[in-house]
Design a protein around this ligand. Structure first.
Ligand code: DC
Length: 225
């Protein structure tokens, strides 16, 4: 099986690149953030304090979480309900970052991610893919961009969707999330020693995609299976 691991902070363009690569190489795109978001949503819906490790761990152990691929697109299910849209809300992203600190949550989701990585050709994105989930990946990439640049990209996306937002607030949220994800005790966000770092600040999504495919093919030939 072929494995491409992409890590990096919030809003750096991991998922756009990963989706494009999956389409180009006929790999499965595994969005691990969506899994943490599903646990975050489960806690929010049950009124559980996302800082309460015992309650969050209990919720995670008991939650009926499923992942399905429909026309190549990952869908997340919570108690049989497709929550793929609900998990995209900003408050769910914050809750995901909080619940992802806890060992019970990480153990359950890492096992699921490793199982997918063992069974399919995958391009997987997240925060600990190169350092923990797919330690033997064929290619590990760590994407970076300044928080100003990431905030501006997110701002433009939201404005294009007709939402009202303030650039400074988005930048602050991104920096808070970076701090949360980089300073937790278990599997904090960091570049794996053998990952290739790409600063995407001055690159288009297509350029990032092409560069990762080029690196993969350079290391592994143009194998697709
Ligand atoms: O990539 P995202 O915004 O969907 O991720 C939401 C949160 O989930 C992120 O802030 C931290 C957590 N996460 C994680 O701890 N490990 C991963 N592999 C993916 C996400």
């Amino acid at each position: 099986m072929s494995q491409i691991a992409i890590d990096g902070p919030a809003g750096v363009g991991k998922s756009t690149a990963a989706k494009n690569i999956a389409a180009a190489k006929n790999f499965m795109y595994v969005d691990t953030g969506a899994m943490y978001r599903t646990i975050g949503l489960a806690c929010l819906e049950r009124g559980i304090d996302v800082a309460d490790e015992e309650k969050v761990s209990e919720c995670c152990a008991g939650a009926d979480i499923d992942i399905k691929y429909i026309d190549g697109v990952q869908h997340m299910y919570l108690e049989g309900r497709d929550v793929s849209t609900d998990i995209r809300k900003e408050e769910v992203g914050k809750a995901a970052s909080d619940v992802s600190k806890f060992a019970a949550v990480r153990e359950r989701l890492v096992a699921l991610q490793q199982d997918l990585g063992n069974r399919y050709d995958v391009v997987m994105d997240g925060r600990d893919i190169g350092t923990k989930v797919l330690v033997n990946a064929d290619l590990k990439v760590y994407l970076t961009a300044t928080s100003q640049c990431r905030a501006e990209r997110r701002y433009k996306e939201l404005i294009a969707k007709g939402e009202t937002c303030v650039l400074e607030d988005i930048k602050k949220d991104i920096e808070d999330r970076d701090r949360n994800d980089m300073t937790r005790a278990i599997s904090p966000l960091r570049k794996a020693d053998d990952a290739i770092e790409i600063d995407t600040s001055e690159m288009t999504a297509q350029e990032v995609t092409d560069e990762i495919i080029r690196l993969f093919e350079e290391k592994n030939g143009s194998k697709t299976c």
